[in-house]
Design a protein around this ligand. Structure first.
Ligand SMILES: N[C@@H](CCC(=O)N[C@@H](CS)C(=O)NCC(=O)O)C(=O)O
Length: 239
């Protein structure tokens, strides 16, 4: 079998004080770690994304594999499985890919959107100073023109909706330790990545005490030598 080079580097979104702000980049870091691959960390601020490679990338993660650049966390995960076939699969079946994608759609439409107003001013606060104008402009556009401060004032309402929207996750985790069953799978990583994003910027508790989400999230933070926990962040679990 042809030997596959493992010179990998990951462009990862960085805020101030080394905070890692992107849920999508978190997914890719867990995907690389799951496959037992080592990678060079290339942190970038929002304003540096357009300087990656030929300048065509608008978002991170971007993976550099021997000079070949691959953007988009889903494409990267599939690429890693196709390229490193001897390493443990991220998607052991097509079903696992579709399940993880469903979890993403649910999360984005029900959970992320509900959390966003409460967190968005904190994203600005935790961005690098040189990125703050861009973060304010782009996020206020996303909010339909509302200021970050006004969004934050409505945050409590959104967090209430988030707590309701988490019911399926909570119920599943009451039955099984992970969305994937007894062992975590990419569906778990996709779901947990949203809370890793929150953990990087949100200095308060996000879950009620005894929430089944807490032990699940904490155990994912501990995976792969505490990959998640060792990054700078707040204790959103309160446990
Ligand atoms: N579908 C993409 C989404 C990536 C994405 O939206 N990344 C955000 C960070 S969370 C980004 O780079 N945003 C740049 C910006 O807001 O200018 C993926 O799965 O990788």
């Amino acid at each position: 079998m042809a030997s596959v080079s493992t010179k990998l580097a990951l462009y990862d979104l960085e805020g101030r004080d080394g905070r890692r702000l992107s849920p999508f980049c978190w997914r890719t870091k867990y995907a690389l770690a799951h496959k037992g691959l080592e990678w060079e960390d290339r942190p970038v601020g929002f304003g540096e994304i357009q300087s990656i490679g030929d300048g065509s990338h608008r978002t991170v993660p971007v993976l550099d594999h021997d000079g070949k650049l691959i953007g988009d966390s889903w494409k990267i995960a599939v690429y890693l499985d196709q390229t490193f076939q001897d390493a443990p699969p991220i998607f052991p079946s097509l079903d696992a890919l579709h399940y993880a994608q469903f979890v993403e759609r649910w999360l984005f439409t029900q959970v992320f959107t509900a959390m966003f107003p409460a967190l968005v001013r904190q994203i600005h606060e935790h961005a690098k100073p040189e990125d703050q104008d861009y973060v304010r402009r782009s996020r206020e556009l996303q909010l339909g023109g509302m200021s970050l401060e006004d969004a934050e004032k409505r945050g409590a309402e959104g967090l209430g909706a988030m707590a309701v929207a988490l019911a399926p996750l909570r119920a599943k985790l009451a039955d099984m330790p992970y969305l994937n069953g007894n062992e975590p799978g990419y569906a778990d990583i996709v779901a947990a990545s949203t809370f890793m994003w929150a953990r990087a910027v949100y200095p308060k508790k996000l879950f009620p005490p005894n929430d089944t989400v807490i032990p699940w999230f904490k155990s994912i933070l501990e995976m792969h030598g505490a990959l998640g926990r060792s990054a700078p962040g707040y204790d959103i679990t309160g446990a």
